[in-house]
Design a protein around this ligand. Structure first.
Ligand code: SF4
Length: 63
């Protein structure tokens, strides 16, 4: 089974870090100040891992 990228939106504070680091996979919804995944099947592994590492709420999962 392939892994899927997801965000726990309840935890996301809308800092935008994930979208800055990995814009192919994450996008920030400025209206609700939550990030969402535009490419759940993933993309560049290093950039997803960077985004996960930098997320201040640790609310990005890739499982
Ligand atoms: S880095 Fe984390 S807290 Fe910041 S917008 Fe992305 S998912 Fe939300």
């Amino acid at each position: 089974m392939s892994r899927k990228v997801r965000i726990d939106e309840g935890e996301c504070i809308g800092c935008g870090s994930c979208a800055d680091l990995c814009p192919d996979v994450f996008e920030l919804n400025h209206e609700i100040e939550k990030a969402f995944v535009i490419k759940p099947e993933g993309g560049d592994e290093e950039c997803i891992l960077d985004a996960m590492g930098e997320c201040p709420m640790s609310c990005i999962f890739w499982d």
